[in-house]
Design a binder for this molecule. Structure first.
Ligand code: MN
Length: 256
């Protein structure tokens, strides 16, 4: 089986119920794509975390609370919420390993923001810091699958290739976004107000992150394409790392 790690929020998260549901939907998206989800809690020690990471063929960074603004050198504004230092550390460590080992990586919402911070970028602590921003925080009063706004996708991007289109409608459940984008990332989708909606790591075979929540749109062909691409690329890497696993083991000859 192709094992896909899914990072988890802490049990003490203020949005625990909402995040439990999204984590379950991510797992369902992985299963529907033919992969085996493996949850990664935020409180593993580094040895255990690396053992878990090593066993994985791909990695998903799930959504959740805000990355601590200190991680990009700022003091927190009052709008910042749900910060968990342990989770930040766990996910930043995983991202560094995945980038170093070229392991397939897919970031969702907070996952995009975290990837940007790890690579040296910074965030709007609240989208109100961006002049002329449209509404992006369609929660808690809207269903998670509410299609909030369009995005424009760079035609020559991996994202456009795997979705087969350069525009689509997405849900929007975020109050933060990229303010400065790390130089190792390429912005491959924007909302109409210029807010970053997807990035790709330039020097990596498959490291993509989106600002929306495809797992909360499980019936959408775009969501199936995203989970499908991650599992397919991860399965390919697994075959390359373990070519013998594709062969049927020889049965030893019984000695006469
Ligand atoms: Mn949005």
């Amino acid at each position: 089986m192709t094992k896909i790690g899914v990072t988890l929020h802490p049990l003490t998260s203020p949005d625990r119920q909402e995040l439990d549901l999204l984590a379950q939907q991510i797992a369902e998206g992985v299963v529907a794509a033919g992969g085996a989800p493996v949850f990664i809690p935020p409180d593993l020690d580094e040895t255990t975390l690396y053992a878990r990471f090593s066993s994985l063929d791909g990695l998903i960074l799930s959504g959740g609370g805000d990355v601590a603004p200190a991680r990009y050198g700022e003091q927190a504004l009052p709008q910042v919420g749900g910060v968990d230092e342990q989770r930040d550390h766990m996910e930043m460590t995983l991202v560094r390993w995945a980038l170093a080992e070229k392991k397939p990586l897919f970031g969702i919402c907070r996952g995009l923001q975290l990837l940007n911070v790890v690579c040296g970028g910074a965030l709007y602590q609240d989208i109100s810091q961006h002049a002329n921003a449209i509404q992006h925080a369609y929660y808690p009063d809207y269903p998670h699958d509410y299609l909030a706004h369009a995005i424009a996708i760079a035609p020559d991007s991996q994202l456009a290739a795997l979705l087969g289109k350069t525009t689509t409608l997405v849900n929007s459940l975020h109050h933060q976004a990229c303010r400065t984008v790390a130089s190792s990332l390429r912005v491959v989708a924007h909302a109409p107000d210029g807010i970053v909606e997807a990035v790709e790591v330039v020097e990596h075979p498959f490291a993509l992150a989106v600002q929306w929540h495809p797992e909360a749109l499980p019936a959408a062909v775009e969501s199936k394409s995203l989970f499908g691409a991650l599992v397919a690329v991860s399965a390919q890497g697994q075959r390359e790392r373990h070519p013998q696993s594709a062969q049927i083991p020889e049965i030893p000859q019984r000695q006469a």
